[in-house]
Design a protein around this ligand. Structure first.
Ligand code: NCD
Ligand code: ZN
Length: 347
């Protein structure tokens, strides 16, 4: 039995930090274990231009705990009015590492997203030319499509045609939740990757809906049936280079989660690494945790791997983690896996 595991310091390739008091409250949770994170741009208003990304990055740096070496990697929010030259300049300066595409209306703060894909063809062609990845929220928004089918329909009707139109575009399928997503990610070459969240390795839709509704398990894309969770676990723990950790840790204050129209998002920044160790151990794949959390991401994003390390230790006794993070914006509930976790990050 393994009791201790040292790996390169991990990165989170899909993270929501928000702004203001919430940013200040949640940033230390990620900076404690992670060296870098790709910061999602769905603020209100969204981070659309290079100048806005620079200003947001400055606010994140100002909110960091003293002495932290954490580095935010910035993204731009793609709109139908995005200027290809601005994207290219923000990438050339090293500020921006990806562009995020939300289909208009797909999720939290996505109303400025893309409705007519022909309007973003020029910017996508520019990104293909300069090798800048497109991160896709892969759900259709057509209200006639069942919410549990929206990812699979997106792959067939939007993602695959898009990749045929611009085959050299580098694409990340964000937070895949289905076996169709896993299969499509595997069908691509070196210019296709997929992020997988911590919580989608742990919960299926029963966890949200059976025995009373659990708002803290509600996120988008919504967790699917068990066979999909199993496909995601097999993918994440496989060691295959195309699968990257992207926690999609998405804080909302409890008042907005425990609400008649509750916000989507699970907050996993605090306990992701112990939870992943638990999952990877269950799958007899602890040897692949470093690939998933610390090696595959930098390889896809063409960045160096981190020099630092963290050590996970498995204890006899279940380890505790805070039930809530108390931010000045209000309390944020930490994702509770519903089982005891014996792993703990020691350094
Ligand atoms: C995210 C958020 O709250 O910003 N919510 C979520 O459920 N994942 C948006 C997103 O990534 O879809
Ligand atoms: Zn997200």
């Amino acid at each position: 039995m393994t009791h201790s595991l040292t790996l390169r310091r991990p990165d989170d390739w899909h993270l929501h930090l928000r702004d203001g008091a919430m940013l200040k409250g949640v940033l230390p949770e990620t900076a404690r274990h992670f060296a870098r994170a790709l910061i999602m741009p769905n603020l209100v208003p969204p981070v659309v231009t290079g100048a806005q990304a620079q200003a947001y990055r400055d606010r994140i740096m100002a909110a960091l705990p003293t002495g932290s070496a954490f580095q935010p990697l910035m993204t731009l929010y793609l709109t139908e009015a995005t200027d290809p030259a601005d994207v290219a300049a923000a990438a050339a300066s090293g500020l921006v590492k990806a562009v995020k595409l939300y289909p208009a209306g797909a999720t939290t703060n996505s109303h400025s997203g893309v409705a007519d894909f022909s309007k973003v063809q020029a910017v996508l062609e520019k990104m293909a030319e300069i090798g800048l990845p497109l991160c896709l929220h892969g759900e259709v928004t057509d209200p006639s499509v069942d919410i549990f089918d929206r990812e699979a329909v997106f792959i067939d009707t939007i993602l695959d045609p898009l990749r045929r139109r611009i085959p050299s575009l580098r694409v990340v399928m964000e937070h895949i939740t289905t076996e169709e997503g896993v299969a499509y990610a595997r069908s691509g070459g070196d210019n296709l990757a997929a992020t997988i969240t911590t919580h989608h390795l742990i919960i299926n839709r029963n966890h949200i809906l059976a025995g009373g509704i659990k708002p803290h398990y509600y996120c988008l894309p919504v967790a699917k049936r068990e066979k999909h969770r199993l496909a995601l676990r097999a993918a994440a723990t496989s060691g295959e280079a195309r699968f990257l950790l992207g926690t999609d840790s998405a804080p909302h204050v409890d008042a907005l989660k425990e609400h008649a129209c509750g916000c989507a998002g699970c907050f996993t920044a605090t306990n992701t690494m112990p939870l992943l160790a638990h999952v990877f151990e269950e799958e007899a794949a602890l040897h692949n945790l470093e690939s998933f959390a610390a090696l595959n991401g930098p390889a896809f994003y063409r960045l160096p791997v981190n020099e630092g390390h963290i050590t996970l230790v498995k204890h006899e006794q279940p380890q505790s983690f805070p039930e809530k993070i108390l931010t000045e914006a209000g309390p944020v509930t930490v994702f509770n896996p519903g089982f005891p976790v014996h792993w703990h990050v020691e350094a």
